[in-house]
Write a protein that binds this ligand. Structure first.
Ligand SMILES: Cc1ncc(COP(=O)(O)O)c(C=O)c1O
Length: 474
C-alpha cells in the first residue's frame, strides 16, 4: 500500500463526530450529518445555522410529498414552460418589478404586453395609448376592475347630485370567489343570478332585472371555473345596452376572462365577447392560465383611458423618476411579465392557436370516451378545454370516491359541488392544459376505467355518504 492510499484509508475510517460534521458540507456525507438524524424546529427560528446543501435537501425532500404539478388536473395554472422561458425567469428573479427607474426595460416589456393583449381584445387604444396593467393574477385584476367601476359610478352619481353610497354589482352565482371577496372588501352589494338545472351561465334578462341606478357594473365570465362554459356576453351586451338606453344608467360590463382570455382569441376568433361589444369596458385575464406562464401574472385592460379614473393612479418618485402605478401591492417579481412577453413574441397567434388546437383535440378524445349511461357530461364544446362530468346515480359510489381513488395514482382531479341554486349536484373536472399530452390523457382514461370497475365491484354505499367539497375551485 502506498503512503498516499494509506492516508486516504485512514481519513475514511476516522469517525467524524456528528457535531463537527454538521456544518461542514465539504466533509460530511449528507445523510451522515446530525441534522439528518434529528428534528429541526418547524415553527421557531433555529438558534444555529444549517449547511446550505442540507437545508436544500431537507426542503427538496419534504416538497416531494406535494402533488405532482403535471398531474394536477384541478388547476388552470401553468405547470410547464419552455427551457428558454425558465432561463429568462431565473435571470429575472432578482429584479423587483416596481423599480421602474432601475429596470426600465422590464417596464417597457409590460407596456408591450398590455398593448398586445389590448389588441387581441380589439381595444380602440393600443400601442402607447393602451390602458392596462400587469397584476399578480386575475384576482388582483378583478379588484382593480371593480374599484374602477365603483369610482366611475360614484363620480357620475355625485356629479348629478345623487346618493353614491349604496353600490351593487350584478353577476351569476358561478362567479369565482374573488368577486364575492371584492364585494365584501370594497363594500359593494353582491347581486347574483342563480344557475338553473340545465343552465350553467348567466341569464342576461335576469341580470338586467337585478340592475338599478346603483349598479356599478355587470360581470360576464368567459369560462366559468365550475364547468368552463362561456357566459353569453354578446346577448348580455344587447340587454344591458338596451337597459342603458332606456334609463340613461351607463352600466358597464366587465368580462372576467381569467381562463378564456387566452383561449377565445385563438379558438373562437369570431366570438364577440370583448371590446367589439359597446358595453364591455374592462377585462381581466390570468397570464398564468392559458397565457401559459407560471403562477404570478395577470392583466387588467380597460377600453379607454376614460374607464380608468385618474385618481386611482398613484404617482411617486422616491425610487427615482415619476412612476405611475395602479395596483394593490408594491414590490413583486418581474419574472411573470418577462415570461408573458416571451410567450407572446415566441408563440404569436400561430403558436397559441396550435397549442389550443391540441388541447381541444385532447378534449374531444376524452369527451368521446364518456359513454356510460351513468355519466352526464356537463361541459360542452364552445367553452374552455376542460371536461366536467356528473354521476347520475351516486348510490354505489360518488364523484368524491373516484377523486380519492385517482389520487392514489397521483392524479389530482377535483370533485366539488355546484354553486347556487344547483348546489346538490357534484361534479368531477379535468382541466386540459399545456403539458397534459394525449398520451397522458389515455393513461388517465385507463386509471378511471380500472378504478370505476373496482368501485362497482364493491358493496354499494346505501346511501352514498354526502361529502361536501372542501376542495377550493381555482
Ligand atoms: C373565472 C375566474 N376568475 C378569477 C379567477 C382567479 O384567478 P387568479 O387565480 O389568476 O387570481 C379564477 C381562477 O381560477 C377564475 O377561474
Amino acid at each position: 500500500m502506498s503512503a498516499v492510499t494509506g492516508t486516504v484509508a485512514t481519513m475514511l475510517s476516522r469517525r467524524v463526530p456528528n457535531d463537527q460534521a454538521v456544518n461542514d458540507p465539504g466533509i460530511s456525507p449528507m445523510f451522515g450529518s446530525r441534522v439528518m438524524g434529528s428534528a429541526i424546529p418547524r415553527y421557531d427560528l433555529p438558534d444555529g445555522e444549517l449547511a446550505a446543501r442540507a437545508a436544500y435537501q431537507l426542503i427538496h425532500d419534504e416538497m416531494t410529498l406535494d402533488g405532482t404539478p403535471l398531474l394536477n388536473l384541478a388547476t388552470f395554472v401553468t405547470t410547464w414552460m419552455e427551457p428558454e422561458a425558465d432561463k429568462l425567469q431565473m435571470e429575472t428573479a432578482s429584479k423587483n418589478f416596481i423599480d421602474q427607474e432601475e429596470y426600465p426595460i422590464t417596464t417597457v416589456m409590460e407596456r408591450r404586453c398590455v398593448s398586445i393583449i389590448a389588441g387581441m381584445y380589439h381595444a380602440p387604444s393600443t400601442g402607447e395609448q393602451a390602458v392596462g396593467t400587469s397584476t399578480i393574477g386575475s384576482s388582483e385584476a378583478i379588484h382593480l376592475g371593480g374599484m374602477a367601476m365603483k369610482r366611475n359610478w360614484r363620480k357620475r352619481r355625485e356629479a348629478a347630485g345623487q346618493d353614491g353610497t349604496k353600490p351593487n354589482l350584478v353577476m351569476s352565482s358561478a362567479v369565482h370567489v374573488t368577486w364575492e371577496k371584492f364585494c365584501r372588501y370594497f363594500e359593494v352589494e353582491c347581486r347574483q343570478v342563480p344557475l338553473a338545472a340545465s343552465r350553467y351561465v348567466i341569464d342576461p334578462e335576469q341580470a338586467a332585472a337585478l340592475c338599478d341606478e346603483n349598479t356599478i357594473g355587470v360581470v360576464g365570465i368567459l369560462g366559468t371555473t365550475y364547468t368552463g362554459h362561456f357566459d353569453p356576453i354578446e346577448a348580455l351586451d344587447t340587454v344591458i345596452g338596451a337597459l342603458n338606453e332606456r334609463t340613461g344608467w351607463q352600466i358597464p360590463i366587465h368580462v372576467d376572462a381569467a381562463s378564456g382570455g387566452f383561449v377565445a382569441p385563438f379558438t373562437y376568433p369570431d366570438l364577440k365577447w370583448d371590446f367589439r361589444l359597446d358595453n364591455v369596458h374592462s377585462i381581466n385575464v390570468s397570464g398564468h392560465k392559458y397565457g401559459l406562464v407560471y403562477p404570478g401574472i395577470g392583466w387588467a385592460i380597460w377600453r379607454t383611458a376614460d374607464d380608468l379614473p385618474e385618481e386611482l393612479i398613484f404617482h411617486d418618485n422616491y425610487l427615482g423618476n415619476d412612476q405611475s402605478t395602479f395596483d394593490l401591492n408594491f414590490s413583486k417579481g418581474a419574472g411573470g411579465v418577462v415570461g408573458q412577453y416571451y410567450n407572446l413574441i415566441r408563440l404569436g397567434r400561430a403558436g397559441y392557436t396550435a397549442i389550443m388546437d391540441n388541447l381541444f383535440g385532447t378534449y374531444d378524445y376524452l369527451h368521446s370516451l364518456v359513454d356510460s349511461d351513468n355519466i352526464q357530461t356537463v361541459s360542452e364544446p364552445g367553452g374552455l378545454p376542460l371536461l366536467c362530468v356528473h354521476l347520475r346515480d351516486e348510490t354505489r359510489f360518488n364523484s368524491h370516491d373516484i377523486a380519492d381513488r385517482l389520487r392514489q395514482h397521483g392524479w389530482i382531479v377535483p370533485a366539488y359541488t355546484m354553486p347556487a341554486a344547483i348546489e346538490d349536484m357534484s361534479v368531477l373536472r379535468v382541466v386540459i392544459r399545456e403539458g397534459f399530452s394525449r398520451d397522458l390523457a389515455s393513461k388517465l382514461v385507463d386509471d378511471v376505467a380500472a378504478e370505476s370497475a373496482r368501485l362497482r365491484a364493491e358493496p354499494p354505499k346505501h346511501p352514498a355518504p354526502h361529502r361536501p367539497s372542501k376542495q377550493r375551485v381555482c
